[in-house]
Write a protein that binds this ligand. Structure first.
Ligand code: GDP
Length: 444
């Protein structure tokens, strides 16, 4: 995750302020130094870092903390506000009919982002279509088509045509029924005049309402120059930063956004169609600082719940609160969890739990957990319906049989049964409290 290091190191420094009621200059200096180090390491422009650290320093020392605020909270709030100001607002993106053109260098993630954005708009109830005009990169057509199939959105492209402008024009006609047209353009390895000319011509053909620049998070300082050139020639209204899952950098892209007075529209966090987030400055920085991002989390939970219900029509989370909790129920619960995405990303979004807990875990702890969930799946595959319905009746000989059948071991089977018991107990407590609706956040 971008600037990951900042979150971690800053949390450590801030912890040292815990319990203090007044800040000394040295305290502030220590915090500012951590911020500078992390931001520079993440490729944020030096002058931007200096500007930011100056205003944090001034504010932390001059502003009077509101009554009852600890020194730690005072600094945290200022750092939070300044970082939110640094990343800027989210690109305005009304949920209505529009044409969006994507531009960027080859490999930046345009094609992937086009399909992801279409998926995102479709989840918001709109009818998007992706128009692929990249005749330059072999494979772009197939890749876009496959991703759009996975996203279940309309796609137009023509692998035999040679003129991208003509493809764009025909694509707009062929997908006239769609509300949101996302036009993917070709990239080049470097910013060439030919590329700019081509994108300008496509722009004239499709008359986009907004153009977004796609930037790879790992790009570094070069991002500034790219953003400026694209801004001068086609005018960009927003930026999509991709591959945030693969790098602790991202500062180059942030700098580019800041320098061109642009804004961030989307963040790409993986290779799948649903690995996209609408950029929300507050949530983004909260997450970075280990304060959690409830909004993203709630959205994911709701989406996962809806999808699970769609697939398992007879499943209603509220049922969990009445009657017995079987392994069938637990499996559905696990499926819903899986749909929310990698566990470590989810954990980052939970306030308090977020960074703090993650830092204490060994690096591979989350993998183990994902791996464990997978092994639980194998175990459940080897159980009979009766066993899934009445896990408490499972005895030693059955455990042996299930372990053998699932290719796991008895220990894993017992762990699963134990886990089920724990969840059952938790649910009983909810039932006792007479909760009307299933609240995943509280569960976790
Ligand atoms: P284009 O040349 O700009 O159209 O770039 P592509 O969309 O083909 O992306 C280039 C490579 O980056 C592909 O292998 C994508 O799967 C990968 N990619 C794109 N976005 C992301 C992302 O957010 N995370 C990760 N890990 N990979 C990404």
């Amino acid at each position: 995750m971008v600037l990951d290091d900042l979150g971690t190191s800053l949390r450590g420094t801030l912890e040292e302020l815990r319990g203090k009621s007044r800040l000394t200059e040295e305290d502030v200096q220590a915090v500012v130094k951590e911020i500078q180090r992390s931001l520079l390491q993440a490729d944020v422009d030096v002058s931007l870092v200096m500007e930011l650290s100056d205003s944090i320093k001034t504010r932390a020392l001059e502003e009077e903390p509101p009554g009852g605020t600890t020194a730690r909270d005072h600094v945290l709030r200022i750092v939070y506000e300044e970082l939110v100001a640094l990343v800027g607002d989210s690109t305005e993106l009304p949920l209505e009919e529009q044409t969006i053109m994507l531009a960027g260098l080859q490999g930046s993630g345009k094609t992937t982002t086009a399909a992801k954005m279409a998926w995102w708009f479709s989840k918001k109830g709109l009818r998007p279509a992706v128009i692929q005009t990249d005749t330059f990169r072999p494979g772009a057509y197939d890749q876009a088509k496959q991703m759009c199939e996975r996203a279940e959105v309309e796609f137009y492209g023509d692998p035999d045509a040679e003129d991208p402008v003509e493809i764009a024009r025909r694509g707009m006609e062929e997908t006239a029924d769609a509300d949101v047209h996302i036009v993917d353009t070709a990239g080049r390895h470097a910013l060439e005049d030919e590329l700019i000319k081509e994108i300008e011509a496509i722009g004239e053909a499709v008359e986009p309402d907004r153009s977004l620049l796609v930037l790879d998070a790992a790009i570094g300082q070069g991002a500034k120059e790219q953003a400026r050139r694209f801004e001068e020639s086609i005018g960009i209204q927003g930026v999509a930063i991709t591959k945030l899952d693969g790098t602790a950098k991202g500062g180059g892209a942030l700098t580019a956004v800041n320098e061109t007075d642009s804004t961030i529209a989307f963040l790409g966090t993986g290779e799948e169609v649903d690995d996209i987030e609408r950029f929300e400055p507050n949530g983004f920085i909260s997450r970075l600082l280990g304060m959690g991002d409830l909004k993203q989390l709630t959205e994911r939970v709701e989406r996962a719940m809806a999808e699970t219900q769609e697939e398992e029509e007879d499943w209603d989370p509220e049922d969990l609160l009445s009657g017995t909790f079987t392994l069938h129920d637990m499996r559905k619960q696990m499926n819903a969890m899986n749909r929310m995405g990698p566990l470590d990303q989810i954990m980052d979004m939970i306030p308090g739990l977020g960074g703090g807990l993650m830092d204490q875990l060994p690096d591979d702890a989350m993998d183990v957990t994902q791996d464990r969930l997978r092994r639980f799946e194998f175990v459940m595959d080897s159980m009979t319906d009766a066993e899934l319905e009445h896990p408490r009746a499972i005895g030693q000989s059955q455990i042996e049989r299930i372990a053998r059948g699932s290719g796991t071991d008895e220990e894993t089977v017992r762990e699963l049964l134990q886990q089920h018991k724990m969840m059952e107990r938790t649910l009983k407590q909810f039932q006792g409290m007479g909760q009307g609706n299933m609240d995943m956040e509280r569960m976790m």
